[in-house]
Design a protein around this ligand. Structure first.
Ligand SMILES: [Zn+2]
Ligand SMILES: [Zn+2]
Length: 183
């Protein structure tokens, strides 16, 4: 959905959109495992810079949510998590801030981004919000025991035979090293 500055000039645009998995490209970071849902509105905000210069910003407010599929950071099992974000963004025309030491922000707490040409693609804004909201690391459960570094067995299912040895083996390795250093 393209939010066109000329439409916004006439009236605010409200949106309630759903995007099926695959519609928005999230790269390799995570998998979209349900529709992305979003709702909100876009307004035109005019900033007066001096007498004749009017900067036309797009304010985008709303919320977005989606089910994301991850791999557990410890055991690599698939985990699905609902991620949501509320946003209040201000898009200024690209280049308007170039060379300006001082900016006047139109009295909102909005975060500033830039749009190019006649407006912005809602999908791009939603994609960015999801990438910001998505956790970097997800565990299948807080006390996930992870995989055995030696045999690769999932310790959540059952301990493996290497478990007991790990400690003594690293001590053995240390002792070897000390022996080497001493001679
Ligand atoms: Zn896990
Ligand atoms: Zn093992």
């Amino acid at each position: 959905m393209f939010l066109d500055i000329h439409d916004l000039d006439l009236h605010p645009v409200e949106f309630k959109e759903e995007f099926a998995p695959g519609t928005i490209d999230f790269g390799m970071d995570f998998e979209q495992s349900g529709p992305l849902r979003s709702e909100g509105r876009a307004d035109l905000v005019e900033e007066h810079h001096g007498k004749h210069n009017v900067v036309r910003d797009i304010r985008l407010q709303g919320e977005v949510s989606m089910r994301l599929g991850f791999s557990c950071a410890r055991c690599l099992e698939p985990v699905v998590q609902e991620v949501e974000a509320k946003f209040d963004l201000l898009y200024r025309p690209l280049g308007v801030d170039a060379g300006e030491a001082e900016r006047s922000i139109s009295g909102t707490e909005a975060e500033i981004s830039y749009y190019e040409g006649d407006g912005l693609l809602l999908e791009d804004a939603l994609r960015e919000q999801m990438l910001l909201a998505a956790p970097l690391k997800v565990l299948c459960r807080e006390d996930c025991k992870g995989l055995c570094p030696q045999c690769g067995k999932n310790w959540n299912a059952e301990p493996c035979d290497c478990t007991q040895q790990t400690g003594s083996q690293s001590w053995a390795a240390l002792k070897d090293l000390r022996d080497k250093l001493e001679h």
